[in-house]
Design a binder for this molecule. Structure first.
Ligand code: AMP
Ligand code: MG
Length: 337
């Protein structure tokens, strides 16, 4: 891990370069519509091991396998439920990941030792072109150091991965800004393990939907969770993050009061006028999702010790924002109302 990390804009030349490296078992950071991914050949055990090393990711946290066409799916899985077929038809390419029983083609490092595999087809053109050029699926977790906020620009990736990987493809800012929705099929229901751009409301057209309790609650110590990623502290800047359960004026007044005796404080308000300690993280959940990780990184750059965030909505895309915030905050919620 001692690379002269190159940044290349997405074009034909960089796609070829990325595919060459990936074929040789190296890592490349690629843009997707959710966040930037740190990609390796999902079927090459040694290549996938490099992902865990470069990120400092716990070995039992499985990776999502990215495909570029429906015909890439059957060899990776033992079974495709009818609901999954219908969801793929409606939401692929897009920010939806589905869990399937894995075939022997998927090495155990990729699935974190589980006998299931998470698969997604991105909509982002750069990601799809790179997968197509490779001809094999790509395992690609978020391209940040483990524990840090996910990268939504190539610059964020460079800040975390400089020297650790040979190439970053710059495809601009990510459109969604938070990771994909992850679902499994349990008890005849669509079971949401991680909320994202495809919301519970959107999925409910295709059957009963339930949200895993780990989405909004902290797992007990030693508790077995369905999605291993839920165990870990995540998305965290250096600053201490708190979700403040208050809105509008009440939130502003609380932050102003605290800022009188805390100098290194930043407050993220929903659709707030930017002034003093206040930064706007967006009025709608969709904008909040796009901005959240970049603002958490910015808080670090500004030397913040404390970040107070106005409670987001908890339905639609808001559930994804709330889920990421709770983890960034280590579940610290300040109740005012
Ligand atoms: P990331 O790659 O950082 O976006 O994280 C991938 C997420 O998908 C983590 O929360 C994993 O726990 C989850 N995941 C991946 N594969 C599986 C699987 N086979 N079963 C359950 N959850 C999975
Ligand atoms: Mg991640």
């Amino acid at each position: 891990m001692n690379f002269d990390t190159r940044l290349m804009p997405y074009d034909r030349e960089s796609v070829s370069e990325a595919a060459e490296l990936l074929k040789r078992g190296e890592l490349v950071a690629v843009p997707t519509e959710t966040v930037y991914g740190l990609a390796a050949n999902a079927l090459n055990e040694n290549a996938v091991k490099k992902i865990f090393l470069a990120k400092g990711r716990p070995q039992d946290n499985p990776l999502i396998v990215h495909i570029a066409s429906m015909k890439m799916l059957p060899p990776l899985v033992r079974e495709i439920p009818d609901t999954a077929k219908a969801l793929a038809e409606r939401f692929w390419g897009g920010p939806l990941t589905m869990i399937f029983p894995k075939s022997d083609k998927i090495p155990s490092v990729t699935s974190g030792g589980l006998d299931t595999v998470a698969v997604r087809m991105p909509s982002n053109e750069a990601a799809r072109e790179i997968i197509k050029k490779c001809g094999f699926p790509l395992a690609a977790p978020s391209a940040n150091l483990s524990g840090k906020p996910s990268p939504t620009t190539a610059r964020h990736v460079f800040d975390d991965m400089n020297g650790r990987i040979p190439l970053i493809i710059d495809g601009g800012e990510c459109a969604v800004g938070v990771e994909s929705t992850v679902v499994c099929f349990k008890g005849g229901k669509i079971h949401i393990l991680r909320p994202g751009g495809i919301t519970a409301e959107m999925l409910s057209e295709f059957g009963g939907v339930e949200v895993d309790k780990a989405v909004t609650a902290q797992p007990e110590k030693g508790e077995r969770v369905l999605s291993p990623g839920m165990k870990y502290k995540h998305y965290s800047p250096k600053a201490d993050v708190y979700v403040v359960n208050a809105h509008g004026r009440a939130f502003e007044e609380y932050c102003v009061k605290r800022s009188r005796y805390e100098s290194k404080l930043i407050a993220l308000g929903a659709g707030i006028a930017e002034r003093g300690v206040f930064l706007d993280y967006g009025k709608t959940p969709e904008i909040q999702a796009q901005r959240l990780f970049a603002l958490l990184r910015r808080a670090d750059e500004l030397g913040a010790k404390t970040v107070l965030v106005e409670m987001p909505e908890q339905n639609g895309m808001g559930l994804a924002v709330y889920n990421r915030l709770l983890r960034a905050a280590g579940f610290k919620v300040i109740e005012l109302e």
